[in-house]
Write a protein that binds this ligand. Structure first.
Ligand SMILES: *Cc1c(COP(=O)(O)O)cnc(C)c1O
Length: 396
């Protein structure tokens, strides 16, 4: 596979040169004062990206999955009730983890391709008058189906039900790419990883923890050692770490936050929206449909595209890799073979997106799908081009 082509899997994402350099650094003594110069700005940067004032940021050598484990083991006890909706492979895996930890999981089954149903969360919470449910779990962006959900609406549902449960949110494929407001949305723990919106190699679980979630740590009894927030907190307060930190990645994270904040989070989100709009326009031009059933559920970081009945969508991914050296994402779980995914998060430009759209077109035509070469590219160009300058001048 070409090392030069951009990749179009929804994480890990393309790593900008500046971040590759930031990650590549000589060993330093993490017990020296040099480490503070990396740790503190990284924590402060993530705090801004998460949009939290009162929350604290924690970084564990792990991935998003480890972030889930940190979130539940630090705040819950065996047998605790949790409420969670399943609408794809990632919400499914988080549910599986809760069950394996001996939590009592109530699952709101939701069609794959639909957003999380705030009304059904509200129903379940309102019925729980004894407040047995200790945590509400939600996956902001279901990466398997390309579905983004309304986290603010779920918080509103919790508030309407007057329910005190903790609100734990998987923002692994949304944070740093799509609007996310930890404080405003009343998120108690926000989970992400280094290899998606932060554009770094995998290796860091990145978490925001509210004061309410922090308080729950004192009474939660699920076993935890490596992921114990209190050890990490003690480390940070002395500008240290409870074990050997991945210093290069943390230096990368500091730089990634600078990049996102320099571009401006609103601009980053607008860029993701524009690039996604181009991919969506191409999809329509191909006569195909997204797995996300309604426009408001269509993710700006990944598009899961349904292929015609009887066609194995995985062939697109294999053929693209083998023949064109380009990586797209396969369908997972229930939609395996039914969709292929174009990941469009992280460091991506319009021109990079066009190369992915053009390649997807060639692949589909090669495989006998009725795709008119150039149709998707033209549709995306119409979204990306900056307009007819002659007309703009006349209008001015
Ligand atoms: C990628 C992803 C995960 C898993 O993260 P890892 O870093 O692979 O452990 C969890 N949730 C969502 C929504 C994801 O996109």
């Amino acid at each position: 596979m070409s090392q030069q082509n951009p990749i179009f899997i929804p994480g890990p994402t393309n790593i900008p040169e500046v971040l590759r350099k930031a990650v590549d650094m000589p060993t330093l003594d993490h017990r020296s004062s040099q480490f503070a110069g990396i740790l503190q700005p990284a924590l402060a940067g993530v705090k801004k990206v998460l949009k939290t004032e009162t929350g604290s940021v924690f970084l564990f050598p792990s991935t998003g999955t480890g972030g889930w484990e940190m979130a539940i083991t630090n705040t819950l006890s065996p047998g605790d009730k949790v409420l969670v909706a399943r609408n794809g492979m990632f919400s499914h895996r988080w549910i599986d983890m809760c069950q394996r930890h001996g939590l009592n999981v109530t699952v709101i089954e939701t069609p794959w391709g639909a957003g999380l149903p705030a009304d059904r969360y509200e129903e379940a919470l309102s019925a729980d008058t004894g407040h047995q449910i200790k945590a509400v779990l939600a996956t902001h962006n279901e990466t398997a189906t390309g579905v983004v959900s309304d986290i603010k609406a779920i918080r509103a549902a919790m508030d309407r039900a007057g329910h005190p449960a903790l609100f734990l949110v998987d923002g692994v494929s949304s944070i740093g790419s799509m609007d996310f407001r930890m404080e405003e949305w009343g998120v108690d723990i926000a989970v992400t990883g280094s290899q998606k919106g932060f554009m770094l190699p995998a290796g860091l679980a990145i978490l925001g923890v509210s004061p309410k979630a922090r308080a729950a740590v004192e009474t939660a009894t699920l076993p935890r050692t490596f992921f114990d927030l209190r050890d990490m907190e003690k480390g940070y307060s002395a500008n240290g770490f409870p074990y050997t930190p991945p210093v290069g990645l943390m230096n990368g994270l500091k730089t990634a936050c600078d990049m996102l904040l320099d571009e401006g989070l609103e601009n980053v989100f607008a860029r993701h929206r524009r690039i996604a709009d181009g991919v969506r326009a191409a999809t329509s031009a191909w006569g195909l449909e997204l797995c996300a059933k309604r426009p408001e559920w269509q993710s700006d970081t990944v598009s899961a595209i349904r292929t015609p009945e009887g066609f194995n969508a995985t062939h697109i991914v294999t053929h693209a890799a083998e023949v064109y050296g380009m990586a797209f994402g396969v369908g997972l779980g229930v939609v395996a073979g039914k969709v292929f995914r174009i990941g469009h998060l992280g460091q991506l430009t319009d021109a990079m997106a066009l190369s992915g759209i053009a390649t997807a077109e060639m692949v589909m035509a090669d495989l006998g799908l009725e795709i008119e070469l150039g149709s998707g590219v033209a549709a995306a160009q119409a979204v990306y081009r900056h307009g007819n300058t002659t007309q703009k001048r006349e209008a001015a």
